[in-house]
Design a protein around this ligand. Structure first.
Ligand code: ATP
Ligand code: ATP
Ligand code: MG
Ligand code: MG
Ligand code: MG
Ligand code: MG
Ligand code: MG
Length: 278
C-alpha cells in the first residue's frame, strides 16, 4: 500500500506471536449455550443432533485448516491442536483464534438445518468465544486433553444422574440437585442402577468420552520422524525442509478426517497413532 501520513497508526498494533516450538491449543466454547440449548429444545442431558452438528463443524474446520493435527470436543466446546512446528499466520494468536472461531461458527450455522431440519435458526444466532494456549511438552498437551476428557466424564455422569432423577424419578430440579450434593462417582452409578436400572457403562461412548477428530494416516516418513526426535532431544525447534512441508501440506489436505469416541487419557490411543505427536 502507498505511504500516507496516516500509516503510522500501524505501529500501534501489538505483536501476539505465540511461543515457538510449543503445542498450540485453540479452545472455542458456545456463548450462552445454556439458554441456546433450551431455546431450541436440546434433549437433556445429551442432544445427539447438537453433538453431531458440533462434530461436523469441527470436521469442516479441520478440512479448511490442514495445519490442525487433532481436535477434541464435548458439549458446546472444541479444542483444536496445532503441531509445535506450525508456522500458520506466523503463529499470531489473534489470527489463529479468530480464523477458527469464525470458520467454526459459519459451518455451525450453515449445517444447522441438516441436523435440526424442523427448527430454523433465528437471532440471537449461535456464536463462540475462543482462546489460544501454548503447551511446551507432549506431556503438558496430553494432560490438557486428559483434563478435558475427565471433565466430559464428570459432567456426563452428573448430568445423566440428574436428568434421570427428573425425567424418570419425577423429581424437581432443586430436589435432584440436593440429592446429588456431596455424592461420589460410585454413588451416582449406584443411584442410576438401583433406581432406574441404568448401567452407566452401557451409555453411548460419544456421551461418556466426547469426540476426537484426527487424520487417519501416517503424516511424516521415518526419516523426518527421526530428525524430529533428534532435534527434540537437543531441545531445538523442529524444522522441516520446504519440500517436506509442501508435500505434507498436500497429503494433509487430501487425508480423511475421522471422528472417534475413544479414551485419550491412556497411552494406547497415542501409542497406536504415533504420527499425531511426532
Ligand atoms: P458461556 O457463554 O459462559 O460458555 P454457557 O451457557 O454456554 O455459558 P457452558 O458451561 O459452556 O455455559 O455450558 C454449555 C451448556 O450447553 C450446558 O448447559 C449444556 O447442558 C448445554 N449443552 C451443550 N451441548 C449440549 C447437548 N449436546 N445437549 C444438551 N445440552 C447441551
Ligand atoms: P488475507 O487472508 O491475508 O486477508 P485477502 O485475499 O483477504 O488475504 P486482503 O488484503 O484482505 O487479502 O484483501 C481483500 C481482497 O478482497 C482484495 O483483493 C479486495 O479487492 C477484495 N475485495 C474485498 N471486498 C471487495 C468488494 N466489495 N468488491 C471487490 N473486491 C473486494
Ligand atoms: Mg483485508
Ligand atoms: Mg465460556
Ligand atoms: Mg458455553
Ligand atoms: Mg461449555
Ligand atoms: Mg482478507
Amino acid at each position: 500500500m502507498a505511504n500516507s501520513k496516516f500509516e503510522y497508526v500501524k505501529n500501534f498494533e501489538q505483536p501476539d506471536n505465540l511461543l515457538l516450538n510449543t503445542w498450540i491449543v485453540v479452545r472455542i466454547d458456545g456463548r450462552g449455550f445454556t439458554k441456546f440449548s433450551s431455546k431450541y429444545g436440546f434433549e437433556k442431558p445429551n442432544d445427539r443432533r447438537a453433538l453431531d452438528l458440533m462434530n461436523a463443524a469441527a470436521q469442516a474446520v479441520m478440512y479448511e485448516i490442514p495445519e490442525i493435527t487433532i481436535a477434541y470436543g464435548i458439549s458446546d466446546e472444541y479444542s483444536f491442536v496445532f503441531h509445535k512446528s506450525c508456522t500458520l499466520f506466523e503463529r499470531r494468536s489473534s489470527k489463529l483464534v479468530t480464523t477458527i472461531v469464525s470458520t467454526f461458527s459459519s459451518y455451525y450455522i450453515h449445517l444447522w438445518s441438516t441436523y435440526f431440519p424442523d427448527t430454523p435458526l433465528s437471532p440471537p444466532l449461535p456464536s463462540f468465544d475462543g482462546r489460544a494456549v501454548c503447551y511446551p511438552s507432549v506431556q503438558n498437551l496430553r494432560d490438557y486433553m486428559s483434563w478435558r476428557q475427565v471433565d466430559c466424564h464428570i459432567n456426563n455422569l452428573y448430568n445423566t444422574t440428574f436428568w434421570a432423577l427428573i425425567q424418570k424419578g419425577g423429581m424437581g430440579n432443586l430436589e435432584a440437585e440436593e440429592l446429588l450434593k456431596g455424592t461420589y462417582a460410585a454413588d451416582k452409578n449406584e443411584i442410576l442402577f438401583s433406581k432406574f436400572g441404568i448401567n452407566y457403562n452401557n451409555e453411548p461412548e460419544i456421551y461418556k468420552k466426547g469426540s476426537v477428530l484426527f487424520r487417519g494416516y501416517e503424516l511424516v516418513d521415518p526419516a523426518t520422524h527421526n530428525a524430529a526426535a533428534e532435534a527434540d532431544s537437543l531441545a531445538e525447534p523442529v524444522q522441516q525442509s520446504k519440500n517436506q512441508t509442501e508435500s505434507d501440506k498436500k497429503r494433509r489436505a487430501k487425508a480423511r478426517i475421522v471422528i472417534e469416541h475413544l479414551d485419550i487419557i491412556k497411552d494406547e490411543f497415542w501409542d497406536r497413532r504415533p504420527w499425531l505427536l511426532s
